[in-house]
Design a protein around this ligand. Structure first.
Ligand SMILES: Cc1cc2nc3c(=O)[nH]c(=O)nc-3n(C[C@H](O)[C@H](O)[C@H](O)COP(=O)(O)O)c2cc1C
Length: 415
C-alpha cells in the first residue's frame, strides 16, 4: 500500500543547506546585490567588509558583493570596485571575514555599459549604439567588436580573480540595461552586425560572457546570472524573448542558476523595485548636472508602482515552466510564508535586498520565529543612499533597529 506523502513532502526547506553548483550554502536565502557605495579608489574598505559581515552574521546562506566592474569604463561610478590585482588583498580579507560567519560570498561581475557615469569615470560610456540617455545626461559610444572581445575576456579574468580571492560564486549582470542587457534590448540595440537585430544576435554577448566565465573557472566556483525577464519599457526585452534566452543559457550549460529580475536603470528603474519613487531624496543625492535633470525630468524616469510581496512571481513562473535549471526568485521576498511559497512553486533559492538592508539579522529572526514580518516599508529611500554608503534610512549605516522596535503589521499577500 502506498502512503500519502505528508503535506509539503518533496518541497525543500528554505532554511536547510542546499547545493548551488559546486558550493553548499547553509540555506537557500541569498542577499542580493545592493551597491554599497563603500569602496574607495576601486578597492575594498573596512566599511565594505563590515557591511557583508553584518549580513553574513544575520543568517543568509550567501551574501553578494554588489557590482564589481570588469573594465574601467564599465563602472557606474569611479570609486566602484574594479577587478585588478591591487583589489585582490582587500577582496580576500572580505571573503575570509564572511566565511568566518558561516556564509558563502558571491561577487556580482559586469559592465555597466550605458548606465555608467562617464563624468565620474572620465571615459565615455559604451552601448550597443550611439545615443543620448536622459538617465546619465550623456551620449554613449557604440562598442566596437574589439571592445566586445575585450569585455568578454575581462569577465573571464574577473571570475578567475574572484576564485583566487576566495569567492564561492560570481553573478554575471545580465539585467537592468547594463551592457549585456542593453544588447538584449531592441530599444537600445540598433546594431546591424551579428550583435544586433534578431534575438540570436542580441543574445550573443550575454552567451559569450557566460561561456567565457565558465571556460575560465570551470567548476571551481558557482556561476549565476541576474537576467531581466522584462525591461519594463515599451520596445525593450520582454518575457517571451527572456524565456527563449533562458532556454539557450540552460542549453549552453555555462550557468549554475539564474536570478530573475526586471527593469531598466536607463528608462524605468522603479520597475525593479515597485513601491514609492524617492524623487526628492534621489535628486538631492545626485551630482550635478544630473541633479538638475532629475529635478526637471525625474518624474518621467522614476515612476511609482504598487508594491506586493513576490512581485516578480508571475513572470518567474513562466521561466520556471520553461527551464529545469535552478532558479532564484527575487523581488519582494520578505517573510517565511513567501519563501515557502517560492519553494513550493519550484524555485531553488530566494534572493532579498531591501528587507535585509532594513534588518541584516532578519533571517536569524525568521529562524527563531517563522511568523516574523519584515520592517521594510518599500519607501525605496535606501536607493538614494547608494552614493555615500548604502543603508536603510530608518536603520542607519550599521543596520541597527531602533530600541524597542517591534515587527510591523502584515502586508497584503503576494500573487
Ligand atoms: C540600494 C539598492 C542598491 C542596489 N544595487 C544593486 C546592484 O548593485 N546590482 C544589482 O543587480 N541590483 C541592485 N539592486 C537591486 C536588488 O538586488 C534587487 O534586485 C531589488 O532590490 C529587488 O529585491 P527586493 O525586493 O528584495 O529589494 C539594488 C537595490 C537597492 C535597494
Amino acid at each position: 500500500m502506498t502512503q500519502t506523502p505528508p503535506p509539503g513532502a518533496g518541497v525543500p526547506d528554505v532554511l536547510a543547506p542546499a547545493r548551488l553548483g559546486p558550493v553548499t550554502l547553509r540555506n537557500r536565502i541569498i542577499k542580493s546585490a545592493t551597491y554599497e557605495g563603500l569602496s574607495r579608489r576601486s578597492l575594498v574598505t573596512d566599511e565594505l567588509i563590515g557591511f557583508h559581515v553584518r549580513h553574513a552574521a544575520g543568517g543568509v546562506g550567501m551574501t553578494t558583493v554588489a557590482y564589481c566592474a570588469v573594465a574601467p569604463e564599465g563602472r557606474t561610478e569611479r570609486k566602484q570596485i574594479l577587478w585588478t590585482p591591487e583589489a585582490l588583498p582587500g577582496l580576500r580579507k572580505l571573503t575570509e571575514a564572511v566565511h568566518a560567519e558561516g556564509a558563502a560570498v558571491c561577487a556580482q561581475i559586469g559592465h555597466a555599459g550605458p548606465v555608467a557615469d562617464p563624468r565620474s569615470n572620465r571615459l565615455p560610456a559604451l552601448a550597443p549604439s550611439r545615443r543620448f540617455h536622459l538617465a546619465t545626461a550623456s551620449v554613449t559610444r557604440a562598442a566596437t567588436r574589439a571592445d566586445l572581445e575585450r569585455i568578454v575576456r575581462a569577465h573571464g579574468e574577473a571570475a578567475v580573480m574572484a576564485a583566487e580571492a576566495g569567492f564561492d560564486a560570481v553573478e554575471i549582470h545580465l539585467g537592468h540595461n547594463y551592457l549585456a542587457s542593453s544588447f538584449l534590448s531592441p530599444k537600445v540595440n540598433r546594431r546591424r552586425d551579428s550583435y544586433g537585430g534578431s534575438l540570436e544576435n542580441r543574445a550573443r554577448l550575454s552567451r559569450e560572457i557566460a561561456r567565457a566565465v565558465r571556460d575560465a573557472v570551470g567548476d571551481r566556483i558557482a556561476i549565476t546570472a541576474k537576467l531581466n525577464m522584462d525591461d519594463g519599457v515599451p520596445g525593450g526585452l520582454q518575457i517571451d524573448e527572456a524565456i527563449r534566452l533562458a532556454r539557450w543559457l540552460e542549453q549552453d550549460g555555462s550557468l549554475d542558476a539564474l536570478e530573475l529580475t526586471a527593469g531598466s536603470s536607463l528608462f524605468n528603474p522603479m520597475y525593479l523595485f515597485k513601491g514609492e519613487a524617492p524623487l526628492k531624496e534621489f535628486a538631492a543625492a545626485m551630482p550635478q548636472p544630473i541633479r538638475l535633470g532629475m529635478r526637471m525630468f525625474g518624474g518621467l524616469l522614476l515612476r511609482s508602482y504598487p508594491y506586493r510581496d513576490a512581485y516578480l512571481l508571475e513572470d518567474a513562473r513562466r521561466v520556471r515552466a520553461a527551464v529545469k535549471m535552478p532558479l532564484i526568485l527575487l523581488g519582494g521576498i520578505t517573510n517565511k510564508q513567501v519563501m515557502d511559497q517560492a519553494m513550493r512553486e519550484g524555485f531553488e533559492f530566494v534572493a532579498m535586498a531591501r528587507a535585509l538592508l532594513r534588518e541584516p539579522d532578519l533571517i536569524n529572526r525568521i529562524k527563531a520565529d517563522a511568523s516574523t514580518e519584515s520592517l521594510c516599508i518599500h519607501c525605496n529611500k535606501c536607493m538614494a543612499a547608494i552614493y555615500g554608503g548604502t543603508h536603510c534610512v530608518f536603520t542607519g549605516p550599521l543596520g541597527v533597529r531602533a530600541a524597542g522596535e517591534v515587527p510591523g503589521p502584515s502586508k497584503p499577500p503576494g500573487p
